[in-house]
Every structure is written in C-alpha cells, then in structure tokens.
Unconditional design. Structure first.
Length: 156
C-alpha cells in the first residue's frame, strides 16, 4: 500500500506543470504602528457651523465628518480619529484619549445629531442664519475663525 501511495504521489508530482522562477512570488502587506491616514480630498474650503450644544465647529456639505477646534482639524472615519493643521491634510492618527475635551465628551452619534440639526437651520435661513459660521482660507493659508467667520472655535 505504501508503494502505491508513493507511486501515485510521484506520478502527480511529475504530471503537474512546472513553475518557472518568474511565476513564483510572495505578496505580503504588513503595517505596524498607527493606522494609515484616510484618503481624504477636500479641495474647496468647507463651511463650518458652530452648534451651541457641541461647542466646536462642524463641517457641512462635505462627505466627511470633519471638525475644527482650537486651530486644528479633526476627522472621524472608519472608527478612528485623525488630526491635521488644515482641512486638506495631511492627516495623522490621534488616539481618542488625546482628543480635545470638547470633542471627546460627545459620542459620534450626538455630534452627527447636532450637526444635522444646525445644518437644517442653516439651509432654511441661509440669508438670515444667526449662528456662527467659519469659512477657512484656501489651502496653504492659516485658519482662525476670528478672521474668517464669527466665534472663537474653542472646544471646551
């Protein structure tokens, strides 16, 4: 029986097509450390509104969860937080423990609820909207709500 199994294995090995050296390879992707930054591309300066219930600015009209607090931008995507000096990035991972207190104290669900309510009020009363609005400068320019909009943008 052993001879039969050995003979069948040898026959299968010899019958199998041979592989050339250029057909053999290994593709291995490893990442250590912080999560990769998200592929976020915000070309035009987004509009930021300041919902009083949150105490910081939230971007509206963009497909990203982007926030502005104390001169820095924060982005929430794929369950992780990222930080940048400008809305156009580059984005760097930030652990939840290192978020500003104003941002860390709210759940993501609560932030979205406040943002959507403020955005509805903004769209409804665009000409007479009484809330604080922040329009950041173009890419490469510094951002301060005192210069571009109303309010201080503090996240406390």
């Amino acid at each position: 029986m052993r001879r039969f199994i050995l003979a069948m294995s040898l026959a299968a090995f010899l019958a199998a097509p041979s592989a050339r050296a250029d057909e053999v390879g290994i593709d291995l992707h490893l990442r250590f450390g912080d999560p990769a930054p998200p592929p976020v591309h915000i070309v035009e300066p987004p509009v930021f509104l300041y919902p009083p219930g949150l105490g910081f600015y939230v971007a509206v009209g963009v497909p990203y969860d982007c926030f502005f607090i104390d001169g820095r931008y924060y982005l929430y995507t794929r369950g992780r937080w990222f930080i940048a000096d400008h809305y156009g990035g580059p984005w760097y991972f930030i652990d939840h423990r290192h978020l500003p207190p104003g941002l860390a104290r709210h759940s993501y669900r609560s932030i979205v609820k406040h943002r959507e309510a403020e955005y509805r009020a903004y769209r409804k009363n665009r000409g007479g909207y009484g809330g604080r609005v922040f329009h950041p400068g173009p890419l490469g320019r510094g951002d301060r709500p005192g210069r571009h909009g109303k309010g201080r943008g503090r996240g406390r």
